[in-house]
Design a protein around this ligand. Structure first.
Ligand code: GTP
Ligand code: MG
Length: 196
């Protein structure tokens, strides 16, 4: 694993439909509710603050945003779900866009589902996880924003979230895009999926 490969990541494409994407050799995608920190995590991975656009206001990412790592190897940032302030029609469009993308990319090697360490799994997270499970697509759960949990509560909160998500705590990657916790492990995992 070579961290510098991520540091030279570049913006590659921004599309409103997976139809418009060119072929990749291998790609991984980040999904999750709005504001969970998908774009922030991509920035943390690539060691850049401004690669993917981040905002305190949910609903910042509204398109499929592709970042090129090298040789047709991509990291893909998707719009978040569950942002109530967006009209239902637009939310449904995003849902269709995300599901179509996830279902129609033969080069998609792994889907990372982000869950907020404080908020826990929302109904839409459960829906996404159940759908991914039903399709047999390879997905992994990442819990982000663990910096918001007091150190003393971390073990207990990990246990609560793992039970809630019906998986072993060890199978979840616990990260903080803000503090950089867990990012090295994520490099290793993504490097392996993308064969970097
Ligand atoms: N404390 C803390 N805040 C974080 C972390 N990761 C992201 N944030 C904050 O969460 C907010 C949302 O981050 P984004 O990266 O824009 O979230 P997103 O999931 O891409 O959101 P959408 O584009 O709306 O789907 C921003 O204010 C970030 O600074 C983290 O690990 N810890
Ligand atoms: Mg975003």
């Amino acid at each position: 694993m070579n961290k510098s490969v991520f540091n030279t990541a570049q913006f590659h494409a921004c599309v409103d439909s997976a139809h418009k994407l060119d072929d990749a050799q291998a790609e991984v995608a980040f999904v999750g509710r709005s504001n969970v920190g998908k774009s922030s995590l991509i920035n943390a991975l690539c060691g850049r603050h401004l690669l993917a656009k981040v905002s305190k206001t949910p609903g910042k990412t509204r398109t499929i945003n592709v970042f090129f790592i090298r040789d047709g190897k991509w990291i893909v940032d998707l719009p978040g779900y569950g942002f109530a302030a967006v009209p239902i029609k637009e939310r449904n469009n995003w849902k269709d866009m995300i599901e179509y993308y996830l279902s129609n990319r033969p080069s998609l090697k792994a889907i990372f589902v982000l869950v907020d360490a404080c908020v826990g799994a929302t109904a839409l997270d459960r829906q996404m996880l159940a759908w991914l499970k039903s399709t047999g697509m390879p997905y992994h759960i990442i819990v982000n924003k663990i910096d918001r949990i007091a150190q003393i509560k971390l073990v207990e909160q990990r246990q609560i979230l793992a039970v809630d998500l019906k998986v072993m705590p060890e199978s979840i990657l616990w990260v903080s895009a803000k503090k950089g916790t867990g990012i090295k492990e994520l490099y290793t995992i993504i490097s392996s999926f993308l064969a970097l």
